[in-house]
Design a protein around this ligand. Structure first.
Ligand code: ARG
Ligand code: ZN
Length: 874
């Protein structure tokens, strides 16, 4: 069954108030719900039956305005409770019985290592009780939780705790009231034996907010970073968006079993442990940064998502795209803006472009879906954020802020659409964004084909930009989109030239944002004294592919001269991609471009360069990105070519690597500044390269660093380098020592799994099977499944794409197995197989066969069904 945007109708019934009472037991939970409802005056159907959504519920009783209904007065269809005859306004009481301890889907109310918790977005609330489970039904909630006092001393829900007390049989209760109307997907409940960490925040208007974190006792020393991140986020949202927190309490809870990263439930954010808990000894720099970003993301949702929410799930990017944009602005302000941009663009170009070019391609505002959980995608989140970013670029920061103020003011307390968002931006700025709206409607990554002509005599430089948007499933012949295109032109010494155009600037700017609206544009620049090297799409001003016939010489030039840090990095990536690609399938003796070694030597040996940028520039493009760029990629040949370049670089630069490693002083206190992070990153890159060529001196450094490290970044850097080396004995030894030291810390064990499952060096599929047989592996824990199976299929590409198809069949087996217990995670694991059409038939046919193997399984979930069927059709 498919749901279509065009079928949207306002709800027939509204809920003004929800009163919930949970009786929590070890063998289940009884949920008493009292809904104060009335017919929606705006509904076209003024007499229709009441229909409430449900899923996996055992209905115990129904009463209307206090009178129990008998089974003839309602119909329990399982996924729907239908009551034909209801008055215009009424109170409905429903009692359901659910089994949280058997809930392996982790949707609705479930148990995770001894605690009760919830995940209701998108459609999990219907697994708790019958309800109109759609985001445009907003109600005030009051929630009373009852449970055994010694096992569950902490009982939490949204809002403020207004009453608590003891009950018979060692039980107790707490009642919570949330004054803000909200859709049921923002409901949350937590019950467990947790330690509480307290802090506070004084808002800009002087209100005192209680900040509380709840974690299992063993994690009590891992909360500080998240708490600090939260306070920084709260301050930042006041300063940059004028948004103040609105409740008296803000709570964060960490749970081990969680399908996604985290959830923005009103006043009670619930996090996957791996996205919130950190200490110097157990979390890498990357994890610290990720946690800061996710804490901010969930906090920012309080305005972009909760106060203003989505009308329906087609509008998901309204809150996700905008909130990802907001959290990336925040991270950029907290650290290095260029590095943050590089990281965002890397993810976008590697994974979102692949999604946009595959069978699951969909617009930022999809037109239809079967299972909404499948649409929490890179397109909704990351491309959605890019779309908001382009509005920011087109309007400039002041008008954008005016637009967001208007949006929040106009729609506070409402459930709205992406169109309402754009309208607010238009109204506040006076700009016409009608063509820009196509970014929400058309799927596919636009391609900009760029050519240029320099006329020495006239002193003119012409740049022609042609845009084309590829066909995607169900969408052909697209209209040109409105694209902000930032650029600069470099002269022979690497300086930006003034960009004089016909609009007759006296004061020509060194950088411009051109606006593309037609299939083809030619821009003319005047008074250009020499042929420039163009620096195109600066800051990656739009989520598009750019083609331009750069020479390797020009790329090397841009790498060291472009005033735009992002484009310096990008030129380096293009050069590396070009060099590696030219070696794919080439004979082993084929020469490797000397410019690459020269450029990398320069980066490594000049400490005056921005070290954060250098650390990024020294990362070779990933295999996944190289595959994404190629037509009919030969994965094994790409793998070999990339390894060859790495080997060549490591051999040629051996002395530089050793010098670079020794130059960087890592003896001081552990700091999370961009410079300190860059230092660790550079040292660990140097180590990885040295171990790639099995350098003895490198090995000694790695073993020593592994032993001496006082932080996880360095310990993990050494471990990863050794795991990917040929020093088998050292590898086994450090892996074992690492596990012994951290076996009781699930987040560290996940990293230990990933470092092995991503490594092509450690024994192929057998290695993956062994990891799955390990005592720490757990099918019920999504993080473990992801860190072994997900990482294998997404990162260990040479093994996954083994010529005999064994990697594909293996993945199909695991997806089929997982689908019975957790369909959401199973559907996500299918992703690598969905790209089968991109590969030459030797691979593609076997990937397709693996998809068919999953398709033919009995009792396939809707989640996996949708992905598999669309992939086979697309
Ligand atoms: N709204 C959450 C976030 O992005 C993600 C929830 C995902 N839930 C799901 N069922 N896919 O912050
Ligand atoms: Zn979000």
């Amino acid at each position: 069954k498919t749901t279509y945007l065009k079928d949207y109708r306002v709800p027939d019934f509204l809920v003004d108030h929800v009163d919930l009472r949970f009786e929590l037991y070890e063998d289940g939970a009884r949920v008493h719900s009292t809904l104060s409802m009335r017919r929606n005056p705006e509904s076209v159907d003024s007499r229709g039956a009441l229909e409430l959504d449900g899923d996996s519920l055992k209905l115990e009783s129904v009463a209307l305005d206090g009178d129990a209904l008998d089974t003839a007065q309602y119909e329990d269809l399982g996924d729907l409770l239908v009551i034909a005859d209801v008055p215009d306004a009424f109170e409905l009481q429903v009692v359901t019985w659910i089994e949280p301890h058997n809930n392996t889907r982790l949707e609705g109310l479930y148990k995770s290592s001894g605690m009760f918790c919830t995940q209701c977005e998108a459609e999990g609330f219907r697994c708790i009780t019958f309800f109109p489970d759609r985001p445009d039904v907003m109600a005030r909630f009051r929630t009373r939780i009852e449970a055994d006092k010694s096992s569950y001393p902490i009982l939490l829900s949204n809002g403020n705790d207004i009453e608590r007390g003891d009950l018979a049989d060692g039980r107790h209760f707490v009642t919570w009231e949330d004054p803000f109307p909200k859709p049921c997907y923002l409901f949350a409940l937590v019950a467990g034996d947790l330690v509480e960490k307290r802090d506070n925040f004084s808002t800009i208007s002087g209100r005192d907010i209680d900040l509380r974190m709840y974690v299992e006792p063993r994690n009590s020393e891992k909360c500080e970073h998240a708490m600090d991140s939260l306070k920084r986020s709260m301050r930042w949202d006041e300063e940059v968006y004028g948004r103040e927190y609105d409740l008296d309490i803000f709570m964060i809870v960490a749970v081990d079993d969680f399908n996604m990263g985290a959830m923005e439930n009103k006043g009670l954010n619930i996090f996957n442990s791996s996205c919130v808990l950190a200490s110097q000894e157990t979390a890498t720099d990357l994890a610290f940064q990720r946690i800061e970003a996710i804490v901010a993301h969930e906090y920012f949702h309080n305005w972009s998502g909760n106060r203003v929410t989505c009308r329906d799930w087609f509008q998901l990017s309204l809150k996700e795209g905008f909130t990802v944009f907001r959290d990336s602005q925040f991270s950029s302000d907290m650290g290095s803006p260029t590095v943050k941009r590089i990281e965002d663009v890397t993810l976008l170009r590697t994974a979102q472009f692949a999604e946009d070019g595959g069978p699951m391609a969909h617009p930022v505002r999809p037109a239809s879906y079967m299972e909404i959980s499948n649409f929490y995608t890179l397109t909704i989140y990351e491309k959605g954020a890019e779309v908001v970013r382009m509005i920011h670029t087109l309007l400039g920061p002041e008008l954008f802020r005016k637009g967001s103020d208007l949006y929040f003011e106009r729609h506070d307390g409402q459930a709205v659409t992406t169109d309402d968002f754009v309208k607010a931006m238009e109204d506040a700025s006076g700009r016409d964004l009608s063509q820009f709206r196509l970014w929400y409607e058309q799927a596919g990554t636009p391609v900009l084909n760029i050519s240029d002509r320099y006329d020495e005599q006239a002193g003119t430089y012409n740049l022609t930009v042609e845009q084309a948007i590829p066909d995607t499933p169900g969408q052909e012949d697209k209209r040109p989109q409105h694209i902000p295109f930032a650029l600069g032109l470099l002269d022979g010494s690497g300086n930006d030239m003034p960009l004089k155009m016909a609009d007759g600037d006296d004061d020509a700017p060194a950088e411009r944002v051109l606006e593309l609206t037609e299939t083809s544009h030619t821009f003319e620049f005047n008074d250009v004294s020499e042929r420039p090297v163009p620096s195109l799409l600066r800051q990656f001003s739009a989520p598009v592919r750019v083609t331009y016939p750069w020479t390797r010489e020009q790329l090397q030039f841009l790498m060291s001269h472009d005033s735009d840090g992002f484009n310096r990095w990008d030129a380096g990536q293009r050069l590396a991609v070009d060099v590696i690609s030219s070696l794919v399938g080439a004979p082993d003796k084929a020469e490797i471009e000397p410019r690459l070694v020269a450029a990398y030597r320069h980066l490594m040996s000049d400490p005056s360069l921005d070290q954060a940028l250098v650390a990024k520039m020294l990362q070779l493009p990933s295999e996944a990105y190289l595959i994404e760029l190629a037509d009919s990629p030969d994965v094994q040949a790409i793998h070999r070519a990339r390894e060859r370049v790495l080997t060549h670089l490591a051999i040629s630069l051996r002395e530089d690597l050793l010098a670079c490693y020794r130059r960087i002083d890592c003896t001081g206190v552990y700091e999370l500044t961009p410079v300190a992070i860059a230092g660790r990153s550079l040292r660990n890159t140097a180590l990885a390269w040295l171990l790639h060529i099995d350098d003895e001196e490198g090995r000694d450094l790695a073993v020593n660093q592994f032993r001496e490290a006082d932080n996880m970044t360095d310990r993990m850097g050494a471990l990863r380098a050794l795991v990917n080396s040929g020093f088998a004995a050292d590898r086994d030894q450090v892996l074992e020592a690492f596990y012994q030291q951290f076996s009781d810390d699930p987040q560290v064990v996940e990293q230990w799994f990933s470092v092995q499952s991503s490594s092509p060096a450690t024994g192929g599929l057998d290695q993956i099977r062994q990891l799955m047989a390990h005592e720490a592996f757990d099918w019920k824990n999504p993080n473990k499944v992801r860190s072994v199976i997900g990482v294998f299929a997404g990162q260990n590409l040479a093994t996954f794409h083994a010529a005999d198809g064994s990697g594909y069949r293996f993945l199909a087996d695991q997806v089929s197995r997982l689908d019975d217990s957790n369909p959401q995670i199973a559907a996500r694991l299918v992703t690598p197989l969905t790209r089968w059409k991109k590969f030459a038939p030797v691979h593609g046919d076997q990937m397709k066969a693996a998809l068919e193997q999953i398709r033919d399984k009995q009792g396939l979930s809707r989640d996996v069904y949708e992905v598999v069927h669309k992939s086979l059709a697309g």
